[in-house]
Design a protein around this ligand. Sequence first.
Ligand SMILES: Nc1ncnc2c1ncn2[C@@H]1O[C@H](COP(=O)(O)OP(=O)(O)OP(=O)(O)O)[C@@H](O)[C@H]1O
Ligand SMILES: [Mg+2]
Length: 591
Amino acid sequence: MMNEPQDSMQDLRMFKQALDQHAIVSIADASGRITYVNDKFCQISQYVRAELLGQNHRLLKSGVHNASFFDDMWLTIASGQTWQGEICNRNKSGELYWVETTITPSLDENGLPYQYVSVRTEITQLKQIESALAQSKAELEIRVKQRTAELEQTKHTLEADVLARKQIMGKLFYFKSVLDHSQDALFIFDADTLRMIYLNHSAETWFGFSKSELMQMPAPQSEQLMPFLANSEMVTTLRANGNEDITLDTEYQRKDGSRFSVELALKLVTGNNGKAVLVSIVRNIEWRKIAYQEQRESYAAVQVLNRELEEAQSHLMQSEKMASIGQLAAGVAHEINNPIGYVYSNLGTLEKYVLDTFALLDLYERAETAISDGEVRAQLKFAKDALDITFLKEDLHALMEESKDGITRVKKIVQNLKDFSHVDATDEWGISNLHQGLDSTLNIVNNEIKYKAEVAKEYGTIPEVECLASQLNQVFMNLLVNAAHAIEEHGTITVRTGQQGNEVWVEVADTGKGIKPEHLKKIFDPFFTTKPIGKGTGLGLSLAYGILQKHHGRIEVRSEVGKGTTFRVSLPSRQPPDATSENGTTHEVVR
Ligand SMILES: Nc1ncnc2c1ncn2[C@@H]1O[C@H](COP(=O)(O)OP(=O)(O)OP(=O)(O)O)[C@@H](O)[C@H]1O
Ligand SMILES: [Mg+2]
């Protein structure tokens, strides 16, 4: 017990020593003036003790803390409580240092602080580490944020990418199914190696080969069965053409050997990676060929029909024209026939009367000398001289002849008109030898021909023909006379006959002046003539046309101006049943 205070002092010193070793210690009075600092305080603050004692701690103020920090501290310690905290101070050199501080107020008997004991531990390094940590944490946070943002962005990009890929896949699937179900066969090859990359369903089914057979088919076989499908020359041409398509028609062969026509379209398609593929599209055009053939046939049929229609139309027009002109001719002929008849007969009677009168006059002339009255004789002589009876006798005869000739010609015209209109259909249908008819007609017209032309007969072997013989003779007569008229100096008229199928034909060819093209269409029209008045009426060919119409025949003409003309008459050797029962029936019109 005796040693107790001494021991306590020792302990106290030991603690103080330990404290001084470990901590920065200072003591300040109630007003804050420093009354004690230990060595560590001096050391860290770089001030000597004398510079510190009596000073306020504000000497060490760093400026890091704000006023409220110190207000709070003072409020705590002034109220007798211990304050703990981290303070940043500034040493004499101006450097900052951090201290972990505990300020403990020492209280008097009234409980009021009379001094403050501050114990500090330097934590500058700790603070630096802490600040470095905080900074790196902040940096880390920023980086994490950035990275998160980047990742977010990448996520969005990836999501968009996935969506796009999904859409592309959808489209691809759609296109593939469209291509697979295409009616055309589709092949895709690597343009460089010509290795098959794709083929659609049609390609598989069309050729009868399985997919693997087609994909592994050696090039020579493929080229033989499906020429040009994957052809390197074509690829070269396509490249040279600036990738313009090539389309060609060819023939392909199926596995069973059957062949079919195709249209092949080749195209080079270059992908984003610069690699080109050859797309070969094969279209079966078998149906197109059939349709084209059918179209051609129906076009030809339509053309034939059209021609027939045109012919029928022109025949109909001609027939109608003939019918109306026939009626007109029949009317005219009927009206003229009677007056001409009595004029002709009166002319005969008149001639007889005149001749009788002249005979009487002759008797009177002979009795003239017997007249004793000189005055009467003188009167008679005067009257005779005035009449020029000698001339009158001669001229009257000529006038009578001319009038008779004129009337005969008018009668002939009327007869022609009647024949043309069939008003006098007295002919009988019979079986005739056309050669005989031609020969007799040649005899009749011999006078017209003999000074103009040689007649050459080139008769073939022909059957006897069912016809109205006298009417056919009229046709031949007109053709022969026309031929003679066409020959200006001297020429040849060739009469040919022959048989073609059931038809017999007769040709009258001349070496005359020919028919001008603009006249060719008109020569069968009634009253069309190029001959001078009195030489032609223009009825000959229209008559011939009508007669051949009755015979179910036709008349054709070929002519070359300056060289000659050939008329060909064709008619069936036998008439259709009923055709010969009614004379003058209107039948099919042919020229
Ligand atoms: N062989 C021919 N060569 C040249 N022209 C011809 C020939 N035959 C006919 N023609 C032409 O056709 C026209 C009509 O002939 P068509 O026989 O109908 O009448 P036409 O001979 O003039 O008179 P018609 O026969 O009534 O006496 C003739 O005027 C003539 O111009
Ligand atoms: Mg004539």
